[in-house]
Design a protein around this ligand. Structure first.
Ligand code: IMP
Ligand code: MG
Length: 177
């Protein structure tokens, strides 16, 4: 698969090192708190698995499957998920995990739904990647793995038409791939 890449942006070892730091921050911030992590699938699957195993807290884990529609490589702004699938967050601190903060539609839609539904004690979000761009929705992430340029990336959970999620690193596809 790597031959489909125009360039490698972030290597495996770099991801691992950054996850150590992120996990240390999160562990420190949620010490003694009832934490629920809600991972936004499919994109955050690999990030979630690698990050959470570095966090020695008795957290609860839940996942929500979200479909955001893309016209090619850009978001159309339509976000679909099952609102009844959200966990009970009463008296819990909630940390959302997503693969990438791009247009902001996905995180904004989930945050809106959580705020109007089951108000948790606190609500933060953590993304592996944050694209430098003007977002359609003004959302910020509290924990960010890497800031990247506004270009389409794949690997480590991120897909192009459902492929390349299992690449262990993050890269940019060749035009013809
Ligand atoms: P949003 O545009 O911030 O709502 O991001 C929606 C979703 O689009 C993300 O969770 C990713 O699954 C996907 N996405 C956005 N940018 C990229 C990219 O560069 N590569 C692969 N998927 C992306
Ligand atoms: Mg995707």
């Amino acid at each position: 698969m790597q031959e489909h890449l125009e360039k490698i942006l972030i290597r495996e070892e770099e991801i691992a090192r950054r996850l150590d730091e992120l996990a240390a921050d999160i562990t420190h911030d949620y010490q003694g708190k009832d934490l629920t992590v809600l991972a936004i699938l499919n994109g955050s699957l690999i990030f979630m698995a690698d990050l959470l195993r570095r966090i020695p807290l008795p957290l609860e884990l839940d996942c929500i499957r979200v479909k955001s529609y893309h016209g090619g490589k850009t978001s159309t702004g339509q976000v679909e998920f099952d609102r009844t699938a959200l966990p009970n967050l009463r008296n819990r601190h909630l940390l959302l995990l997503d693969d990438i903060l791009d247009s902001g539609h996905t995180l904004a839609a989930i945050i809106d739904t959580i705020r109007t539904g089951s108000a948790p004690l606190s609500l933060r979000s953590c993304v592996l990647l944050r694209k430098a761009k003007v977002r359609s929705r003004p959302v910020e992430a509290d924990y960010v793995g890497f800031d990247i340029q506004d270009e389409f990336v794949v690997g480590y959970g991120l897909d192009y038409q459902e492929r390349y999620r299992n690449l262990p690193l993050i890269g940019v596809l060749k035009e013809q791939a």
